[in-house]
Design a protein around this ligand. Structure first.
Ligand code: FES
Length: 447
């Protein structure tokens, strides 16, 4: 039964076994079948701005080095020496001209080449092939608007193909607030470990707004972008007037987004701070001018399969849910601001982000409590016999919407059903044609 994924994930009936969230064997298979094939978020170019800069990251459970070489090119390497596997880089970030392995001192250049081997002539002359013993590089790497993505699968499609119609939603997190393409920088990274399966977090950000009662305390104190406790902020007003949509994409991605009315206007929010008011007004008006109709799209949250989530607006940023074990996950939140924003706006946003999300933020604490109790409660001998219910809003979507995918105008678990359907395809070793899916194929499976 353990490996019969069609039994475990019954998307037609709307039931998913708890085993996929707690079982050690399934988890080991996930690392092999999902995390070595899918495109994963590694970091952001602003974390390695200069030649020789490095930032250690993760892909699945494994440590990788995001590095800018002497010529300025970005690489991602497995952080493991080719001799006996020691980590060649034990720091979180820094600048170096060489990575020197602490064990026996083999050294690697910043473009991954094996350069120094102690006593080479005496011990390895004529035997050691330096080229073949370079650091292991990812098969494909993409710098998408500053965010760095990689896959270990040489047969994977290019990243834009992998994104499909989810691209314009991810763009909202990566583009400048005033509508210019790219131009963002990471203002800080929060990292923390929590005792829950990684899929709880990924699924939460697919568009599960059904869990909003969890955040009632945040709503009550009103910490929208105006940061004015006790009164509604601009975000609340915009969201109330907008047409909300929940979209399931065939590649397994999902988003909860909204479309503003045509005649939306800037709402004054920072009357006590002229610098912020000027900045946010400028961004609003400039975005509208640049994007025209496109500026009406007001995205909130989404997940790019399998483990990268994002906030498209506020707090704008990317989240990687790195698996540690079946019941443990390391969350990394990369907070983004416009590189050329006034310092006062960056500082305001930095504080807002910390207060809103991350390990000490008000919303993430609510979420984590749900995920960790759900994980713990699902490990029980009896609990594991009872699947989770995913029957919400069965069939309530349209397929001919200009935003692509299966589009619903009501809260729906269609996105989660699509995500787990695609997860099942990976676990069954599907080829890339199947993994990219098609709207029709995805729907058939989920109905
Ligand atoms: Fe790296 Fe031996 S393990 S030099």
């Amino acid at each position: 039964l353990r490996n019969d994924f069609d039994q475990l994930v019954d998307v037609k009936g709307g039931f998913i076994s708890r085993e996929i969230f707690v079982d050690a064997d399934i988890y080991r298979q996930e690392l092999d079948k999902v995390f070595t094939r899918a495109w994963l978020l590694v970091g952001h170019e602003s974390l390695v701005p200069n030649p020789g800069d490095f930032y250690t990251s993760r892909m699945g459970e494994e440590s990788v080095i995001l590095c800018r070489d002497k010529k300025g090119d970005i690489h991602v390497f497995l952080n493991s020496c080719r001799h006996r596997g020691m980590k060649v880089c034990r720091y979180e970030q820094g600048n170096t001209s060489l990575f020197t392995c602490p064990y026996h001192s083999w050294t690697y250049t910043t473009d991954g080449k094996l350069q120094g081997v102690p006593l080479h002539r005496t011990l390895y002359d004529g035997v050691l092939d330096r080229e073949a013993n370079s650091l292991v590089s990812v098969a494909k790497l993409c710098n998408y608007k500053g965010s760095i993505w990689a896959t270990w699968d040489k047969d994977a499609p290019d990243f834009i193909t992998y994104l499909g119609d989810a691209k314009i939603h991810l763009d909202q997190a990566l583009d400048c607030r005033d509508g210019r393409e790219g131009g963002s920088e990471v203002i800080g990274v929060h990292k923390w470990v929590f005792p829950a399966n990684w899929k709880f977090a990924a699924e939460n950000f697919l568009g599960d707004t059904y869990h909003n009662p969890s955040h009632r305390s945040v709503d009550l104190i009103g910490i929208g972008p105006s940061a004015a406790a006790g009164k509604k902020g601009r975000r609340d007003d915009e969201l109330e007037k907008a047409q909300h949509v929940w979209i399931s994409f065939p590649e397994g991605h999902g988003v909860h987004s909204a479309i503003q009315p045509e005649a939306n206007e800037y709402i004054e929010s920072f009357l006590d701070n002229p610098i912020l008011e000027k900045y946010f007004r400028h961004c609003f008006e400039e975005r509208k001018r640049r994007l025209g109709e496109g500026a009406r799209l007001l995205p909130f949250v989404g997940t790019i399969f399998p483990n990268t989530s994002y906030h498209g607006r506020q707090p704008r940023g990317l989240c990687a849910w790195h698996p540690h074990s079946p019941t443990s996950t390391e969350g990394w939140r990369f907070f983004l601001v416009d590189k050329d924003a006034p310092n006062e706006a960056k500082e305001y946003l930095r504080r807002y982000y910390m207060r809103y999300s991350g390990p000490a933020g008000m919303t993430e604490q609510d979420d984590m409590e749900n995920w960790l109790y759900a994980t713990a409660a699902s490990t029980g001998t009896v609990a594991r016999r009872y699947p989770f219910n995913y029957q919400q809003s069965m069939g309530a979507y349209v397929t001919d919407h200009p935003l692509g995918g299966d589009v619903s105008t009501q809260v729906t678990e269609q996105i989660a059903r699509g995500f787990y359907r695609r997860w099942t395809t990976y676990m069954q070793g599907g080829d890339w044609h199947e993994l990219l899916g098609s709207p029709a194929g995805n729907r058939q499976a989920a109905e």
